[in-house]
Design a binder for this molecule. Structure first.
Ligand SMILES: Nc1ncnc2c1ncn2[C@@H]1O[C@H](COP(=O)(O)OP(=O)(O)OP(=O)(O)O)[C@@H](O)[C@H]1O
Length: 117
C-alpha cells in the first residue's frame, strides 16, 4: 500500500519534470527569462552584498515569474487546441494570460531595483 503511494508520487514528479523539459524545449520566452535571471542575479550579486532575506525574496520572485510563464504557455496551448482559428474570446483569454505574466514581472523588477539599487 505504502509502495503504491510512493510510486504514484514518483510518477507525478516525473510528469512534472517532463513538463519542465517541454517548457524548456518549446518555449523561447521561458528560456529567455531563465538566461536573463541568471545573468542579472549573478552579475549584480557580485556588486551588491545580498543578505539571506534578500536571497529569499529573489527566489520567490523568480519562482512566481517562471510559474506564471508556465501557466501562460499552458493557457496558450489549451486555446490553440480548442480554437486554432482566429477568435475574439481566445484573443482576450491569451491577452489576459500574458497580462498576468507582465504583472508579476513588473513586481519582480520593482523588488529587484529595491534590492540592488
Ligand atoms: N486564435 C486566436 N484568435 C485571436 N487572437 C489570437 C489567437 N491566437 C493568438 N492571438 C493573439 O496573438 C497574441 C499572441 O499569441 P501567441 O499564441 O502567438 O502568443 P505569444 O505570446 O506570441 O506566445 P509564443 O511566443 O509562445 O507563441 C495573443 O495575445 C492574442 O492577442
Amino acid at each position: 500500500m505504502k509502495n503504491v503511494f510512493l510510486a504514484k508520487r514518483l510518477h507525478s514528479f516525473k510528469y512534472a519534470l517532463n513538463g519542465l523539459w517541454h517548457l524548456w524545449k518549446k518555449e523561447i520566452n521561458f528560456r529567455i527569462q531563465i538566461f536573463a535571471t541568471i545573468t542579472v542575479v549573478t552579475t549584480l550579486s557580485r556588486l551588491v552584498e545580498i543578505t539571506r532575506t534578500k536571497w529569499m525574496l529573489i527566489t520567490i520572485c523568480v519562482g512566481i515569474v517562471l510559474g506564471a510563464e508556465a501557466f501562460n504557455s499552458d493557457i496558450e496551448r489549451i486555446c490553440d487546441f480548442i480554437s486554432p482559428e482566429k477568435n475574439r474570446q481566445i484573443k482576450i483569454i491569451k491577452d489576459i494570460s500574458a497580462a498576468a505574466v507582465l504583472i508579476v514581472s513588473v513586481m519582480a523588477a520593482i523588488i529587484g531595483v529595491i534590492i540592488f539599487c
